[in-house]
Design a protein around this ligand. Structure first.
Ligand code: SAM
Length: 247
C-alpha cells in the first residue's frame, strides 16, 4: 500500500534512513537544491516566514540566525514535527503539525513563504487551493519560493527501479500527469507528477507574478570528483520557482 507523504515520513525505519541520507555531506539536496533555493530567497532580515513541509526544522534555525523575525514551520509528519520542535527550541520559531491540504494563514501574515521538496506530494486541486491560500497569507509584495522534484524524475519510476548506481534515466509518460506510486527507501509513497509548465501555470492561476524558474544546474566546485560532477550534469534533479504577490 502506498503511503501519503506525511505517513511515509512517519514510518520509523524510513524516517531514520531519510535523516541519515539528508545529513550526509554529499547529499544531492545539499549540493544541488540548497545553493539555488538560498540564492532565490536572498536576504531574510526582518521577514516573517512560513515553511510548508518544514521537515526537521533545520532550515528554520538557519533563517532565524540569518535575521528572520519569525519562522512558522508546518509538517504533516508527527516525527518530523517532534524533530523540528527540538531543533527550534530556544528560538522564536515554531513547528506545527498539519497537512498542507488544510493549511491556511491569516491574511497578510508573512513576507515570505518557502516550501522545499514537498509540493509534488499534493494532488493538483489541493496544490492550487494551497497556492491561493499562500497568496492570501502574503503581504503585498510578499514572495513564495519553492523547490520540487524535477518533473523529468516524477514522470516515471523505471529509473528508480534499476539496481545499483544509475547510469541512465528514463523519462516516460511526461504529459500523463497525476498520481505515481514510487518505491523508495524500502517503502511506497504516493507522489503527483505534473509538468514544468503545469507548475508555472498553477502559480499564475493562484494570482502570483512568476519571478524566476530555475533548475539544479551543478557547480563544479561543490563536487569532490569530476566523475560525480559529470554524472550530475546529465539530468536536472530539482525544479525551482518563485512568485510575487503583486497588488
Ligand atoms: C522531502 S521532505 C523535505 C523536508 C524539508 N522541507 C527539507 O527540505 O528538508 C518532505 C516533507 O514534506 C512533508 N509532507 C509531505 N506531504 C505533506 C502534506 N500533504 N502535508 C504536510 N506535510 C507534508 C513530509 O512529512 C516531509 O517532512
Amino acid at each position: 500500500m502506498a503511503y501519503t507523504g506525511p505517513a511515509f515520513y512517519d514510518d520509523e525505519a524510513i524516517f531514520e534512513e531519510y535523516h541519515a541520507r539528508r545529513q550526509h555531506r554529499t547529499n544531492a539536496n545539499r549540493l544541488l537544491e540548497e545553493p539555488v533555493i538560498k540564492e532565490m530567497i536572498g536576504a531574510v532580515d526582518g521577514l516573517r516566514i512560513a515553511d510548508l513541509g518544514c521537515g526537521d526544522g533545520g532550515f528554520g534555525v538557519e533563517l532565524l540566525a540569518s535575521g528572520a523575525a519569525e519562522y512558522a514551520g508546518v509538517d504533516g509528519s508527527e516525527r518530523m514535527v517532534a524533530k523540528a520542535r527540538e531543533s527550534l527550541a530556544g528560538t522564536v520559531g515554531t513547528a506545527s503539525l498539519g497537512i498542507l491540504e488544510e493549511w491556511e494563514a491569516a491574511a497578510e501574515s508573512y513576507e515570505l513563504v518557502v516550501s522545499r521538496l514537498v509540493l509534488h506530494y499534493l494532488a493538483e486541486d489541493d496544490l492550487l487551493t494551497l497556492l491561493r491560500r499562500v497568496h492570501a497569507g502574503l503581504t503585498p509584495g510578499g514572495r513564495l519560493v519553492v523547490s520540487v522534484e524535477h518533473p523529468v524524475l516524477t514522470s516515471c519510476n523505471a529509473s528508480l527501479e534499476q539496481s545499483g548506481r544509475r547510469g541512465s534515466w528514463i523519462v516516460d509518460g511526461y504529459f500523463v500527469t497525476g498520481e505515481r506510486e514510487v518505491r523508495w527507501m524500502g517503502g511506497t509513497v504516493r507522489k503527483h507528477h505534473r509538468t514544468v509548465a503545469d507548475y508555472f501555470r498553477l502559480l499564475q492561476e493562484a494570482g502570483f507574478a512568476v519571478e524566476m524558474l530555475r533548475e539544479s544546474r551543478p557547480e563544479r566546485e561543490r563536487f569532490e570528483t569530476e566523475e560525480e560532477y559529470q554524472r550530475r550534469m546529465r539530468i536536472p534533479l530539482f525544479l525551482f520557482l518563485s512568485g510575487c504577490k503583486v497588488c
